[in-house]
Design a protein around this ligand. Structure first.
Ligand code: SF4
Ligand code: SF4
Ligand code: SF4
Length: 522
């Protein structure tokens, strides 16, 4: 055994122990991408850097043996910056979208490609579940949304955007959905008052209720719905609005209709409820009278958390500025539910959690065929019986098949994304989108999807397939900057990953190798 210090504490280790394995074994969080337990190691990602305090030298802990008298520091500002730089470098050559552009553009951040895959598989109920994770009024929005997602849909770089809004409407009109009531024990007995039953108020109550808050909406009008009720019946039938409000009510949200809130009532609400969300349309003067700070542009509220100057009072929707898009109000409602819950749990109020998102711009002409491998070349479907009727089932299948699935199929397990977030990586630091690698998709209708432009060349798949003596396996092809990973002799991916495809996909630290939930080729 040898003695050394780790973060100023004396430890004993077996002589010749691998430093990173020893540190991981001691419970230190040492980031790593190219190390895989049980495989012979080769250093490439440089994330596992630690410092020897005696010399100040940084070293990749994965390839260093513990030595007597070492004084290892596992984390400090310099180590953080070097790991961050290593990630920035990896990401500068990384071409992929973690979340699809449509999802990012949707103010409610709905997982659009997942909804589309569910519809394509004929799983309408599951498609609706995806929608209602983020959108409280799917049938309403399916009829009136101005669809910022479609304006950014990458399919328009090929022909026309996917008809996302009508697909969502189909899921809403024909899917069955039981909301996943997931009460947080820490919120038991906590009460939220919402002032206003328009889209923002309905949304905040819906999302907060599903997490277990006792929610009551106060509305001065005799019916809930706010401005949505003023929309022409031919565009938004009242039956659709009423059905979705009834659904929100069925989750346990209480409605007190015909109840205007004046100053006395507001003060009373603050006494009776643990938090209040004001979502009642423009009412700046009234709110000032209630003690809520304003400025020239209106109500003074944090634009990420919606907190006002009054503790536990949040302001959303048209209270902040006139909202032309109902989906923006719904997005505010969903985000504010996070803030209210954080506040009620005594946590730091941060609003909706976000995470690093790799992204690239437009599709290059030479990439069109690659993206069409997961899609069809049909043009956008126009509803045969007109917009008022929406899409027919065959049109849904055909339209859903047009999506080119911009989201990353490895998103759930990608370590690169997790570290990029933890180290606040900047994908543009070492170069932008000019001269980026072209996207290739190796699909072959098999269980695995390979996207070389997301590969960080860690070599895990190469070493793992060699260790398992795959007949072809994966290999490094080329040299220097142009080196790529692939199957030797241009063989099919399925031949390279014949025996241990599942293990290799799980071992890949990025979404370069991912399970192909959908092997579509029409
Ligand atoms: S591989 Fe990881 S970082 Fe890259 S796009 Fe996929 S999830 Fe994002
Ligand atoms: S093609 Fe599909 S995944 Fe890509 S932006 Fe459009 S709807 Fe979203
Ligand atoms: S494809 Fe292979 S080399 Fe590339 S990131 Fe995944 S495991 Fe590493």
């Amino acid at each position: 055994m040898i003695r050394l210090k780790v973060n100023h504490k004396e430890v004993e280790l077996a002589e010749g122990a691998n430093l990173m394995q020893a540190l991981l074994g001691m419970g230190y969080d040492i980031p790593h991408l190219c190390y895989y337990e049980g495989l012979e190691h080769h250093t490439s990602c440089m994330l596992c850097l630690v410092k020897d305090a005696r010399t100040g030298a940084l070293m990749p802990s994965c390839s260093v043996k513990a030595q007597p008298d070492m004084e290892v520091i596992t984390d400090d500002e310099e180590i953080f910056e070097m790991r961050q730089a290593a990630l920035d470098l990896l990401l500068s050559d990384h071409v992929g979208d973690c979340e699809a552009p449509c999802t990012k553009a949707c103010p409610a951040h709905m997982n659009i490609p997942l909804m589309i895959r569910k519809l394509q598989e004929g799983k309408t109920d599951e498609a609706l579940a995806v929608v209602m994770t983020d959108i409280a009024l799917p049938g309403v929005l399916g009829r009136i949304c101005s669809a910022p997602c479609e304006k950014i849909c990458r399919r328009k770089d090929i022909d026309e955007p996917v008809s996302i809004c009508l697909l969502k409407r189909y899921a809403a009109d024909f899917g069955q959905y039981a909301p996943p009531f997931d009460p947080d024990p820490a919120l038991q007995g906590k009460k939220l008052a919402v002032i206003g039953a328009g889209p923002a108020g309905l949304a905040v109550a819906y999302h907060a209720r599903l997490r277990g808050l006792d929610c009551t909406i106060f509305e001065k009008a005799p019916l809930a719905g706010g401005q949505l009720r003023a929309i022409d019946e031919a565009i938004l039938p009242k039956a659709v609005l009423d059905r979705e409000i009834a659904f929100i009510k069925s989750t346990g949200v209480r409605f007190e209709l015909g109840k205007a809130i004046d100053k006395a009532a507001f003060l009373h609400l603050r006494e009776r409820f643990d938090a209040v969300v004001v979502a009642a349309g423009p009412m700046e003067e009234q709110m000032r009278d209630w003690g809520i700070e304003t400025y020239q542009q209106g109500i003074l509220a944090n634009r990420s958390t919606y907190e006002t100057n009054l503790p536990g009072v949040f302001a959303i929707g048209s209270v902040l500025k006139p909202m032309k898009m109902a989906i923006k109000s719904l997005g505010h409602g969903k985000e504010a539910s996070y803030s209210a819950i954080q506040y009620l749990k005594g946590e730091k109020v941060k609003g909706e959690p976000g995470i690093f998102n790799s992204r690239f711009g437009r599709i290059l002409p030479e990439e069109v065929q690659e993206f069409l491998k997961e899609s069809t070349d049909h043009h956008r479907a126009e509803p045969i019986y007109g917009l008022a009727k929406g899409l027919e089932p065959e049109e849904v299948t055909e339209e859903a098949a047009r999506c080119i699935h911009c989201d990353c199929r490895g998103i759930e397990s990608c370590k690169l994304r997790i570290y990029a977030d933890a180290y606040r990586a900047d994908q543009k630091r070492f170069g932008g989108e000019d001269n980026r690698r072209a996207v290739k998709k190796v699909i072959e209708n098999g269980p695995v999807l390979f996207e070389p432009a997301k590969c960080i060349k860690c070599g895990i798949c190469v070493r793992l397939t060699a260790q398992h003596q795959e007949a072809f396996g994966m290999t490094f092809i080329g040299r220097g900057f142009d080196i790529e990973v692939g199957v030797p002799f241009n063989e099919l991916l399925q031949k390279g990953l014949d025996e241990i495809a599942g293990e290799v996909v799980r071992a890949c630290p990025t979404g370069a190798l991912a399970f192909n939930a959908k092997s579509i080729k029409k």
